[in-house]
Ligand binder design. Structure first.
Ligand SMILES: [Zn+2]
Length: 104
């Protein structure tokens, strides 16, 4: 299997995990609140944190989808902003990077 094929599988696996996590957070956020106001306040604070995690997760999902689209287009490893090659070290650290260090 080619290197790109492996990266694609990794990204697809990560995408599934993140999608599941995002759906889990969504369910938590829409769960009916408690009547007790004190508990409701604690719950609300927890919801804010969850929303933040949800935002980060959705960001990551969007980035991974973009990286997968780049693979499909045969442009994986190319910066979407300037077209230069993204360094191997950066791709190793962040397999779904779609911009080079300069543009990110
Ligand atoms: Zn660039």
């Amino acid at each position: 299997m080619s290197n790109i094929g492996k990266i694609k599988l990794q990204l697809e696996k990560k995408l599934r995990e993140l999608t599941e996590r995002a759906e889990g957070i969504d369910q938590d956020l829409t769960a009916p609140g408690d009547d007790d106001w004190e508990e409701a306040a604690v719950e609300a604070a927890g919801d804010e944190v969850l929303e933040e995690i949800g935002d980060i997760t959705l960001d990551e999902i969007a980035q991974i989808k973009q990286a997968l689209a780049q693979i499909e287009a045969g442009r994986y490893g190319q910066c979407t902003a300037c077209g230069e090659e993204i360094s191997a070290g950066r791709l190793q650290a962040l397999p779904y990077a779609t911009e080079c260090v300069k543009c990110a």
